[in-house]
Design a protein around this ligand. Structure first.
Ligand SMILES: [Zn+2]
Length: 65
């Protein structure tokens, strides 16, 4: 999810939520909510954590938690 830090104004329909990984404030978009509902193994996280997650999946970085 886009970080509030990066997009302070947000857009119509966006909801301010906390990243489930790092706790940063970010924007939840309506289409994202639907996607999460359909995929139980997905969690909502900010753009920063999403990038880190890719790194972890590729086996480059090993990080606790
Ligand atoms: Zn995060």
């Amino acid at each position: 999810m886009p970080l509030v830090r990066n997009i302070p104004e947000g857009k119509v329909g966006w909801k301010k939520v906390k990243c489930q990984i790092c706790g940063s404030e970010c924007w939840e978009r309506p289409e994202q909510k639907q996607l999460l509902k359909e995929n139980n193994n997905m969690i909502a996280c900010c753009t920063k954590c999403a990038i880190e997650k890719v790194t972890i999946r590729d086996g480059v970085t090993i990080r606790g938690g």
